[in-house]
Design a protein around this ligand. Structure first.
Ligand SMILES: Cc1cc2nc3c(=O)[nH]c(=O)nc-3n(C[C@H](O)[C@H](O)[C@H](O)COP(=O)(O)OP(=O)(O)OC[C@H]3O[C@@H](n4cnc5c(N)ncnc54)[C@H](O)[C@@H]3O)c2cc1C
Length: 598
């Protein structure tokens, strides 16, 4: 079944779970009314469903053939990209000064979800261009901005983001690509990069690579890294394309999934004449790259949501059609659609509730990013910056973990047909798997959460977030609506568990960092269980109040049911997750012999 963009659902979550409505009430989005929100997201949904979704399965089968240094994208993809860029989608959140629309990041986040749900191998390319735009706008010289930003914003050229080398994956500081200063102020780049997404393709006539490298004589490790803009074709002062730069793609990877997205091995400076331009200052490349990576991390979280949504839609449609088994009293010749079976309904509810919780977390991160840029006073901007920093690793990791879990359940709902490529359920699973690995593996995200984000402002950022969750719990309690079942109790236990585990992490981290790291991944899941549960409850409360949702009745009971299911089936795991964090570190740290590490 082809993906259909759930635009109303997306808008409801944005407004009532992720804080978009509150941010708008605070004057953040000026005169951005519902009409514009619905028009933009409605049009994005139409493009995603009508143009991109039909390309997904054929693109997976065709892949990206590589010949003589050139990549051919699947039939129809180039044209779709050009139509997509011509419609202005690349510049939704980009600065108006450079030709973008300066719309909120939260709106762009919803668009990114839809592009990726329709065809993730398509969606990943623009995500990197958008991240490059942010970095260049923040750190580039006026000349670089003038030359490259208008075409990157319009999508006429695409960008890449290049950190990885064979010996430098999670350990970015180990990279060896080198840069030598040239007399004209530019640099000569030598080295190679692996696993570069859309490093070569035929969507655009120029490709602008953003590459981390080390200037000769720079310190070892991440402190010696600088960011360079390296165009595939050099650009003259008149803006016209000049000579081909000294760089090439020498192979592409054969992968588990994401077949229509070329993953390239790049070589720089075969002839010593690869021209690169410094973005920002020498040795400050990680700061510039972090701007790109934070955007890209949220976008990868959105890919998790996207694939989960697509897999859920497909599984639900299949479960309505496929007939197996009977209810008591039915004739042997009759059969039920499998959606009538309790275990299938459990799987579908699991898929739907995890997807919605992850969506709420990602959109809340985007709203926090908007506040960090747009809030009126500096203190509010700084608080929002910390909120976004805290939520980013959770949004990335939880959403991509559940993306794979949900896609796996999607296969299960299909039974044997799920394992057969024909249905498309297997493609979701294959495509989803990379999202847990790239943009910083989920293990690295959990470490970031525990060692850098939880300690922000001495723990004040995380404590204030937990306080906000408690307000939602109080509101569910006050509503006293029997349809919510045990939601209030389960969420109260979950937030208490999160608070307890958080204080434990803060206390143990300075003295025994390994003990905190042993539970980092579990802590992140605990955090998402409490936060996701509260956001779904906030959404359900809004629906119960009548909200502003079209067909209130069905949606009201649906949203309460989803919030209750999540609270009683996932948030309820929080106390156990907290005890894993606080009590089981020893079981990890003393078991070296069991895995042959001692
Ligand atoms: C399809 C695809 C597209 C990609 N696109 C890009 C791209 O466009 N640009 C780019 O620069 N890169 C890209 N990458 C690379 C990707 O970001 C890396 O693969 C990823 O960061 C992990 O690095 P690695 O593969 O070297 O794994 P490793 O770093 O070798 O990690 C292996 C395992 O060890 C764990 N680990 C490593 N170090 C630590 C530590 N200190 N503490 C705890 N655990 C640790 C990891 O979590 C992981 O589980 C892409 C990769 C793929 C497969």
């Amino acid at each position: 079944m082809a993906y259909r963009a759930p635009v109303e659902d997306i808008i409801f979550t944005l407004k009532h779970a992720a804080g978009f409505a509150a941010a708008r009430a605070d004057g953040l989005y000026e005169d951005l009314g519902d009409d514009l929100l619905e028009a933009v997201l409605g049009e994005a949904g139409r493009f995603a469903s009508a143009v991109l979704a039909p390309l997904n399965v054929p693109g997976d089968r065709y892949g990206t053939p590589f010949r003589d240094g050139e990549v051919t994208t699947p039939p129809g993809w180039k044209e779709a990209y050009r139509d997509w860029a011509a419609a202005g989608w690349n510049g939704v959140a980009a600065p108006a000064e450079w030709g973008g629309q300066s719309l909120p990041r939260a709106i762009n986040a919803a668009c990114i979800e839809m592009w990726n749900a329709a065809a993730m191998a398509f969606g990943i390319g623009p995500v990197l261009t958008m991240a490059a735009v942010d970095s260049l706008a923040a750190f580039g010289s006026d000349e670089l901005k003038k030359t490259y930003l208008p075409k990157l914003v319009s999508g006429e050229w695409m960008g890449t983001m290049q950190l990885t080398e064979p010996q430098a994956g999670s350990d970015v500081g180990a990279l060896r690509t080198r840069a030598e200063r040239a007399d004209d102020g530019s640099y000569r780049i030598t080295g190679s990069k692996i696993f570069i997404t859309y490093g070569e393709h035929d969507f655009t006539e120029n490709i602008i690579h953003f590459v981390l490298a080390r200037v000769a004589g720079a310190p070892d490790g991440t402190k010696g890294l600088s960011l360079f803009l390296i165009p595939k074709f050099l650009v003259g002062h008149d803006g016209k394309l000049g000579a081909r730069n000294d760089l090439r793609t020498d192979r592409i990877e054969h992968k588990l999934g994401l077949h229509a997205s070329p993953t390239c091995h790049m070589v720089y400076g075969d002839h010593g004449s690869c021209v690169g331009y410094l973005v920002g200052e020498e040795n400050r490349g990680m700061a510039s790259m972090f701007t790109m990576m934070n955007e890209a991390r949220l976008a990868v979280g959105l890919q998790g949501v996207a694939i989960a949504e697509a897999a859920t839609q497909q599984a639900t449609a299949y479960a309505r059609e496929r007939r197996q088994g009977r209810a008591p009293g039915m004739a042997p010749t009759e059969s039920l659609p499998i959606i009538a079976h309790v275990d299938v309904r459990r799987m579908l509810l699991t898929m739907r509730s995890l997807t919605r919780a992850a969506r709420a977390l990602c959109y809340a991160t985007a709203v926090a990013l908007d506040r960090s840029h747009l809030a009126g006073d500096a203190a509010a901007r700084e608080a929002a910056h910390e909120r976004a920093a805290l939520l980013t690793p959770i949004a990335k990791t939880f959403s991509t973990d559940i993306g794979t879990e949900v896609a796996s359940l999607g296969i299960q709902v299909h039974g044997g047909m799920g394992f057969i490529e024909e249905t498309g359920a297997a493609q979701h699973y294959r495509d989803a798997r990379i999202t847990q690995i790239y943009e910083g593996t989920n293990g690295i995200q959990a470490i970031d959460l525990v060692t850098r984000k939880v300690p922000l402002s001495g723990g004040a950022a995380v404590r204030s977030y937990i306080d906000q969750l408690r307000h939602t719990v109080d509101a569910v309690t006050a509503a006293n609506d029997p349809a919510f079942g045990a939601t209030a109790q389960r969420l109260a236990e979950a937030t208490d568990s999160l608070a307890h585990a958080t204080e434990w992490v803060l206390a143990i981290l300075p003295a025994k960092p390994d003990a905190a790291l042993a539970g980092a991944t579990t802590y992140l899941r605990l955090f998402a269980s409490a936060a996701g549960g509260c956001m779904l409850a906030a959404e359900a409360l809004a629906a119960a109040r009548g909200g502003d949702f079209g067909d209130g009745g069905a949606d009201k009971s649906g949203r309460i049911a989803i919030a209750r299911f999540f609270a009683e089936n996932f948030a309820t795991q929080a106390p156990a997750l907290a005890s894993i964090v606080t009590e089981s570190a020893e079981s990890v740290l003393t078991a070296d012999a069991a895995i042959g590490a001692s």
